[in-house]
Design a protein around this ligand. Structure first.
Ligand code: ADP
Length: 273
């Protein structure tokens, strides 16, 4: 029987046990562990689909802490995070929001795309991001101390040149921050193989396509090919969709609506897979 490496064994075990699979890119695991111990909020910076959410799922698993994720959008307000009164029958009852629950129970709260949220969200987390580690609930007139295990994590896509929302320096400087980017070819191919069981040769071709498109800066794409898009293409190929079609629908079409660019990228994919 062919022997397998420890890493391959871990990957197989992680699939069996439903452990989130995460392939480290640099020192992010070590940095996160120390930030958690030192109770410093953590900011994950980087374009969409580069493994930020997967990383935090993995870290929560490793630290055996519950993870509460809030996907922020332009309507996300402090009330959504802290809680609100609701009417139930003849009664008005208070319902904790995800932030309050995390603060009380010692969970990791992950605010995905924090810059998208309304400004009052930033105000609400202020006192949790410094030595006070407390949450003020104005509707109840209460201040609660964070559970020792509570940690605040946020993600942010620094694409301000492309019209994405910015995070103020006064907010950013409350976090330890680490940048996520598209992984090296070998690592990215390993991610595809692990996520989808695609053949290594096909994984390599998909990564080559991605790298080629990533270098075509003259296309002026708002965001380029993410690992997420490659995982989707690999899944389609593994499920039996013809490779070129899979590359067209999973890589090219989600990137742009410009017909000329779409056709050029499809031709490029056809040459490479
Ligand atoms: P983000 O939160 O940065 O938008 P995700 O964490 O959702 O991105 O990553 C998108 C997908 O890419 C994941 O579901 C996973 O399949 C894959 N992925 C990206 N980076 C990694 C990594 N380092 N290890 C394992 N999977 C990864």
């Amino acid at each position: 029987m062919p022997s397998i490496t420890t890493e391959e064994k871990n990957n197989i075990n992680s699939k069996k046990l439903m452990i989130p699979f995460y392939k480290p890119i640099k020192k992010e695991i070590e940095v996160f562990e120390h930030s958690y111990k030192s109770k410093i909020p953590f900011l994950l910076k980087g374009p969409t689909g580069t493994g930020k959410s997967r990383f935090i799922e993995y870290m929560a698993y490793q630290l055996s802490k519950p993870l509460i994720t809030v996907s922020c959008h332009e309507e996300t307000s402090s009330t959504d995070l802290i809680g609100r009164y609701i009417i139930k029958g003849a009664e008005t009852i208070w319902l904790d929001g995800p932030l309050t629950t995390a603060v009380k129970t010692g969970a990791i709260l992950y605010l995905d795309e924090i810059a998208e949220a309304r400004p009052d969200v930033i105000v609400a987390i202020h006192s949790l991001t410094d030595h006070r580690r407390e949450l003020f609930i104005d509707k109840l007139g209460e201040t609660i101390k964070a559970h020792p295990d509570f940690m605040l994590v946020a993600s942010f896509n620094p694409g301000y040149q492309r019209g994405f929302k910015e995070l103020k320096p006064s907010t950013r400087q409350r976090f330890v921050a680490i940048s996520f980017d598209y992984p090296d070819s070998k690592i990215e191919a390993d991610i595809l193989i692990n996520e989808t069981d695609i053949l290594p040769a096909d994984a390599k071709k998909l990564v080559n396509i991605a790298n080629k498109i990533r270098n075509l800066t003259e296309l002026g794409l708002t965001e380029t090919v993410s690992t997420r898009l490659l995982v989707d293409a690999a899944k389609l190929i593994h499920s039996g969709l013809p490779k070129r079609l899979a590359a067209h629908v999973a890589i090219v079409e989600p990137l742009t609506d410009d017909l000329e660019v779409i056709n050029a990228l499809k031709d490029l994919c056809d040459l490479m897979i």
